[in-house]
Write a protein that binds this ligand. Structure first.
Ligand SMILES: [Zn+2]
Length: 395
């Protein structure tokens, strides 16, 4: 079997990202079989081992993007409207996105709603080696209310329709279920945040998923929709742009996760790709959203991070988490070990640990001191296979 030994001057070891200097990772096939100090390797028999000395870089687990979409590319103008294009056009977008995601250091991506069960087909083709991309967690068809929000979702009404859509998704082989409960931006006037799915509809999806061991994630910015989600047993709240102190307490008490996507509001570079009306709305609400998201970090809620269609920019979400008050370790865990824990894949990936998949990246410098170094990914290995290696001082 294929045997590789990776040497580097630093690594972030285990779920706690403990910094180790001059250690080595031993890989057989797809799996990390050992991690140990280079000094303890003097007696090792190197015959048959491929030695990869990356020199002055930091090895860390491949990143997990907890919220993205294959056929939605926020780097393109009017990308939201493009969701209604043909299957062929959306597939071309997806091929590009998946490749870009992997090359940016994302070795696992949770795609949160695409048309035509694209994510399930991509998951299979990538695992077969026919397409380049990250390991995929697929949610299939995002489920939204007939009168509700969700460019990427499909519309349903009533308990029976939501049950049928959930079962269709599960018959296709999704890894999780995605629903759209509220709108995407804050309401223009007043305090009330519209909630488009009833408690019964949400509960139906959650229960159907639980019966097969699947988690449910809800696009939900806050308000009654958030309370309904918690009551119905939704596992993960996406976005939480309008969350109140009271809702932070509720989520903590009920021990749920929030998957943050702060870039949509905090990253000004995204505005040029939106319609002028949407960009204006985002600008107006930016400060208010930042105040809400700070509550999540300050309240010590379990959080992860996702780029939500801004492919290759997951590192910026980590930067925003730090800006919102998270320490750099927690922010990086939001795209590594905690992301894996939230998704229930912590025994497969998300940390440099013995027995896990060899999903490994290398960056310049120490990202715990400066998280923006995650933008400088020099080496990408997925399941023991090297997809990128542009380290200059390595052998
Ligand atoms: Zn999304």
């Amino acid at each position: 079997m294929d045997k590789k030994a990776i040497f580097a001057s630093r690594m972030l070891l285990g779920k706690e990202l403990d910094i180790k200097e001059n250690w080595c990772i031993l890989i057989k096939g797809e799996t990390i079989i050992d991690i140990l100090p280079q000094s303890s390797l003097s007696n090792m028999e190197y015959e048959g081992w491929e030695i990869i000395d990356l020199g002055n870089v930091t090895l860390m687990p491949g990143m997990i993007d907890c919220h993205n979409h294959l056929a939605l590319d926020a780097r393109l103008k009017n990308h939201l409207e493009m969701m209604n294009k043909s299957a062929v056009e959306l597939t071309l977008l997806g091929v590009n996105s998946a490749q870009d995601d992997l090359m940016s250091g994302v070795t696992t991506a949770r795609y949160m709603g695409d048309r035509f069960y694209m994510d399930i087909i991509f998951r299979r083709e990538i695992e077969l080696g026919n397409l380049i991309g990250p390991h995929i967690l697929a949610s299939g068809i995002g489920m939204r209310a007939l009168h509700g929000h969700g460019y990427v979702g499909m519309p349903f009404t009533g308990v029976d329709e939501f049950r049928k859509a959930t079962r269709e998704n599960m018959a296709q082989g999704v890894d999780l279920l995605k629903i759209f409960v509220t709108g995407g931006t804050l309401p223009e006037k007043g305090e009330y945040i519209p909630c488009y799915m009833t408690l019964e509809e949400i509960s139906t999806v959650v229960k159907e998923g639980r019966a097969l061991g699947l988690k449910t994630s809800a696009h939900c910015i806050g308000g009654q929709g958030l309370k309904n989600c918690i009551k119905a047993g939704v596992d993960i709240i996406e976005h939480a742009y309008a969350i109140t102190e009271e809702e932070v307490e509720l989520i903590k008490k009920e021990d749920r996760w929030i998957d943050l996507t702060p870039g949509i509001f905090m990253d000004e570079s995204r505005e040029q790709f939106l319609s002028p009306k949407s960009a204006e709305k985002i600008r107006k609400q930016r400060n208010q959203v930042i105040e809400c998201l700070k509550r999540v970090i300050k309240g010590n809620v379990k959080f992860t991070l996702g780029s939500d269609a801004y492919h290759t920019y997951l590192y910026r979400e980590v930067e925003y988490a730090v800006e919102l008050g998270a320490d750099s370790k927690k922010a990086i865990q939001g795209v590594t070990s905690n992301a894996a824990l939230m998704l229930g894949i912590e025994t497969e990936t998300g940390s440099l640990s013995k027995g896990l998949r060899a999903d490994i990246i290398a960056v310049e410098g120490n990202p715990l001191e400066d998280v923006s170094l995650l933008s400088k990914v020099k080496f990408v290995m997925k399941s023991g296979k090297i997809f990128k290696n542009i380290v200059k001082n390595g052998i």
